[in-house]
Design a protein around this ligand. Structure first.
Ligand code: HEM
Length: 495
């Protein structure tokens, strides 16, 4: 009896503590966010009035940033400063890098999925992985291993899937789905030496891909809740989306652990994949799992997103596609089945320009946030209080007249060429791969993969949008994903 009463008292005290903690945190959170703000931007955001005029939140932000004298706006209700000003971007990502880490808020959102992986940490843990990963990714044999994987996936999977849909009257292919399958197979082979086989002819459902997708989608949705307390309480009681997230992560972990255990029993010294390479230096299997999972996340949806919007733009700009074919014929000859070599790709400056131009208008990572550590003032004069989320916005930056001139909304690969040679731009004006100390480590690899996939398809097939007039809408998430996919008809060129 006394024991039972004691248990009830403990439970009561436990819930009182949780409730008081929640109330205090919520009050601090609300005070910082100013949910009562009546400025035009906040009112439009809260009432979703912006959606009457714009299809996507990123289009509305672009419009506001374009109008702003400093290229910076505040959304008080979100406690968020958003900037498209290259000087601010350079300041955050390079000059005062230490004052703008990813921060605990970000890492708690993705922490269950990514653990201590490079994407999700700051400080020493980040520095250590960055050094190790950049050594590997700059290694010539790793680069050619990645290239071989992509070439083999194009020949053995991508072409057969396209051919199986070619010329069929009702053969509508979802290009986005195909590119997601392609990049998942490629990045898993590269990271783990594992072939999930998502792009086999039957387009099978891969347990790993489904679990990984669900886990990254539900983790990203945590960022959309009004307060982090909401998802934290749901996680504590294992409810709703948090229950699903836990199950999805559990499955990802089981598969990753099995794979690591399997590899531990093999001689991996001759294996080329990242996991085998990292294994020779790291004994902690949980840390190894975190490292490679970050790579899968980094290299999967980004490439699929970039390829999807590239083909969308090409369909509205057939002259760009013809120019790409013409350039490749000059470099490779006109046999369409041949795939370009690494060296030939380097010679194709127009293709390089077209790919960059496409990501200017449709960057796969549309925005990226940091959390300010100490009170600060940005170069444009904006005051940033400690703890504020500061977001730089590559999507809006690609549409700024101040950076790209009055034709900034036009798709013009020529703007990247000088006397036919590709010219680089200031990375803080084009932070599609981020810039500064945390610039994307897979940038070169991603560009090569995008170019060879796009070029191979352009040379071998004619691709037409099944629904050319539809309005482009993105679904919210870590990477830009086209809502309802991108249905196309395909036709083999040499028939
Ligand atoms: C078109 C394709 C890609 C785009 C647009 C892209 C873009 C980005 C961006 C914006 C970041 C910064 C993210 C952040 O800090 O929040 C990033 C980081 C990173 N990316 Fe990529 N990425 C692409 C492909 C890849 C690929 C294929 C790989 C790996 C094989 C990769 C590996 C990484 C890694 C490891 C980081 C973390 C760097 C660090 O924190 O120091 N990326 N990428």
């Amino acid at each position: 009896m006394i024991f039972e009463a004691f248990t009830w008292i403990c439970l009561f005290l436990f819930f009182i503590t949780i409730a008081s903690f929640s109330i205090v945190s919520l009050s601090v959170f609300l005070l910082r966010l100013k949910p009562w703000c009546s400025c035009e931007i906040c009112q439009s955001f809260v009432s979703s009035r912006w959606s009457l005029e714009f299809s996507n939140l990123c289009d509305w932000y672009s419009h506001l940033l374009q109008k702003s004298k400093t290229g910076t706006i505040r959304v008080h209700v979100l406690g968020n400063i958003i900037t498209a000003n290259p000087e601010n971007v350079e300041y955050m990502l390079k000059t005062r890098f230490d004052n703008y880490p990813k921060g605990k808020k970000f890492s708690s959102i993705l922490g269950d999925l990514l653990g201590r992986g490079i994407f999700n940490v700051d400080g020493h843990l980040w520095k250590f992985q960055r050094k190790m990963a950049s050594l590997e990714l700059n290694n010539l044999s790793v680069k050619s291993y990645a290239f071989e994987i992509v070439v083999s996936e194009i020949r053995s999977r991508l072409f057969p899937v396209f051919s199986s849909f070619a010329g069929k009257e009702n053969g509508v292919l979802d290009l986005q789905d195909v590119f997601r399958r392609f990049s998942f197979d490629s990045i898993c082979k590269f990271s783990f030496g594992l072939d999930p086989g998502c792009l086999k002819l039957s387009l099978p459902v891969s347990e790993f891909a489904v679990a990984f997708d669900l886990a990254s989608k539900l983790s990203a949705e945590r960022a959309l809740t009004v307060s982090p307390l909401i998802w934290k309480i749901k996680r504590f009681f294992n409810l709703g989306s948090e229950k699903k997230l836990r199950e999805a992560i559990k499955l990802v972990n089981v598969l990753a652990e099995e794979l690591i255990k399997h590899k531990r029993n093999m001689d991996v010294s001759s294996h080329e994949d990242l996991l085998s390479r990292f294994m020779t230096n790291i004994d902690d299997d949980k840390f190894l799992r975190d490292i490679v999972i970050s790579f899968v996340l980094a290299g999967r949806d980004t490439i699929a997103s970039a390829l999807t919007t590239f083909f969308l733009l090409l369909s509205n700009h057939p002259h760009v596609m013809l120019a790409i074919r013409e350039e490749s014929d000059q470099v490779m000859g006109s046999k369409t089945q041949d795939l370009a070599s690494f060296k030939q790709l380097k010679e194709m400056h127009y293709l390089q320009a077209a790919v960059h131009e496409s990501m200017r208008l449709f960057p796969p990572v549309q925005f990226d946030s940091k959390f300010c550590q100490e009170d600060d003032i940005l170069p444009d004069g904006t005051f940033v209080a400690k703890g504020t989320r500061v977001t730089y916005h590559p999507y809006a930056m690609g549409r700024m007249e101040t950076i790209w001139g009055p034709d900034c909304l036009e798709f013009k690969p020529e703007r990247w060429l000088q006397d036919g040679i590709f010219k680089r731009v200031n990375p803080f004006e084009y932070p599609v791969f981020q810039a500064g100390f945390r610039v994307c480590l897979g940038k070169e690899m991603a560009l090569v993969e995008m170019k060879i996939v796009a070029l191979s398809l352009i040379r071998q097939f004619d691709i037409q949008m099944a629904n050319p007039s539809h309005t482009l809408k993105f679904t919210p998430g870590l990477t830009a994903t086209v809502k309802n996919g991108l249905p196309v008809f395909v036709q083999e060129r040499n028939q």
